[in-house]
Design a protein around this ligand. Sequence first.
Ligand code: NAP
Ligand code: SF4
Length: 677
Amino acid sequence: MENTQRESFETMLSPIRAGAHMLRNRIIMGSMHTRLENEPDSLAKQIAFYAERARGEAAILVTGGFSPNAEGVFDSEGPRIDDPDEALHLRPICEAVQAEGSLICAQLLHAGRYAKIEGCVAPSPIRAPINRFIPREMTDADIRRTIEDFAKAAANAQAAGFDGVEIMGSEGYLINEFTVTHTNKREDDWGGSAENRHRFAVETVRAVRERCGPDFLVIYRISAADLVEGGAPADEIAALARKIEAAGADILNTGIGWHEARVPTIAYPVPRGAWRQAAANVKAAVSIPVVASNRINTPALAEDILASGEADMISMARPFLADPHFVKKVREGRADEINTCIACNQACLDFIFSDRPVSCLVNPRAGRETEFRDTLTDTPRKVAVVGGGAAGMATAAEAARLGHVVTLFEAHDRLGGQLNLARAAPGKDEFDETLRYYSGQMHKHGVTLRLGQRAGLDDLTGFDHVVIATGVTPRIPDLSGVDHPSVATYAEILSGERAAGDSVVVMGAGGIGHDVAEFLVTGSAEVHDTNAFCETWGVDPAFAAPGGLAGDPLAPKPSRRKVIMFQRKTSKPGAGLGVSTGWILRNALRKHGVEAMGGVVYDRIDDAGLHILMDGKPKVIAADTIVLCTGQEPERALAEALAGRGVTVTMIGGAKEAAELDALRAIDEGVRLAQGL
Ligand code: NAP
Ligand code: SF4
């Protein structure tokens, strides 16, 4: 991955004109659905969320999507901006953002056939593969009324104090559904030729511009690569971009991939900057500022894209959850202090998909700004933290930041704990950024580090508070032959301590089983090199072909190594993986020929391999290597010894509860514990 310590961020920090506005820099906080609007105290939470990011100096903040009418909502609770009086309630959010020197734009998003409601609408009555509701085909009158709804919604936003709107024309929502033959089978003025398919988008922009006047910022988010069959080729995208410019847009943001696309677009298996060429194609077509987006998470990469002329601005969404002060830190020469988004989706998209308000794995404050404090403690305590994994580092960094005197003991000679293993999975070396951030914060706030020191009872006397974050050890199942030379733990494989052979059985199909299987079959280039990634997932790296696709995203790509993964449960292997990343992992394994089976009974391991019962019948699975991914046990020996001496300790992370431990829970527990000291 590229160096984040780049010296100059001159282009990124330079102002740029967009329509009637001079923007203070080239960074936009992209639209994110937060679900904060459905929370108790929703206004206060939204004000805190957006104001914090304006203090972080993004030039423009774009809100989550507001539907311009009743049919366009995501779901029955989705936000709308079609009532002028309701819209006025958003004014305090705008004022809070503007007081910090940023502009704020409301995103206008009509979900079209992605709306999870009875009575959803689309250009043609074709059900989306990700929605059970079949859309109603819009009539000519529906279409004209919807254009008018967009114009009214923009006027409502303007009256509420927004500086502009972003019209959502990508990701497979209504406007995008009109632009391509994949979803537009109409034979009237709104379908058929590219001219006709583009009409709805163009008339919408024109109507918004006419209604809101020349000073109102109009951003249009164009689909720079649909990544679906029947998507737009590059020449049609360029033609649409030119028409949108002529219709009055000030900025062209870019979107990549429909929600139904089978190509990953933003999660960690996607190389950083993978989509920059798609933005460059749009930029070549127009003279208004063009924004690159998706999988851009460091200032160095943003600067590189801007300085190379591929885009005029950068939109980042999740990186502003991970660190609201992204731009400010760059401006102050503190880029190395940025808490980097690792593209895990675990607390942002996965929370949203499970009806929870947005947050962030690496920054638990995101979306809960009102629950955390920054004031220094009046009663500094001497705190010992035992364990330098995610939980321990987060506790130590936050406690020291708040003014406590912290010593962290780590038995190994390096920090990171389980992160050092997790980082071995393809694309998860993004965890290195988390390690950099938290170790940097510990250094900055004066945590005393005792690396390579296994804390004993005597080391822990004289502290006001002892935090046990000693983590987990791999679970060794009670199985005959588990000590056979062919057997390795996931820790031994991921750390490189043991190498796997050409035929591998993975026991345990949880998160780690999947990660290990992927580690065994996926080449590093597929997640780090854009061309290799494009080849794996059937993407045209020039984004010239229709939909930006050069082949079938799910076409097999067999691996030299044969891997088979088992679990005892009869449920679908991988069912517990994250909603927004599990499908990528499952598809990647399938493409690489990994078999996954549930309902297995383990019998024994010997020279012949793993003996199992499948459907009650005995079978032997020959394997060079059998990898145990069978969960973890908490590491509590020290905690128990301390308790025996009457020392009060607080256990967090895996030491407290090994089941379903991940970095999300570890960091959240650590930061919250430190806040409560
Ligand atoms: P996990 O998801 O709970 O999976 C443990 C696996 O071990 C299960 O497949 C379980 O399946 C099997 N197992 C448990 N006890 C066993 C025993 N005594 N003998 C044989 N098999 C046994 O835990 P994990 O994979 O260790 O992951 C730890 C945490 O990290 C989880 O919260 C996980 O979600 C998270 N994580 C997530 C990801 C991701 O989403 N990509 C990646 C890594 C880690 P059966 O009992 O059915 O056999
Ligand atoms: Fe990024 Fe993960 Fe945080 Fe989402 S949860 S913003 S993907 S680090």
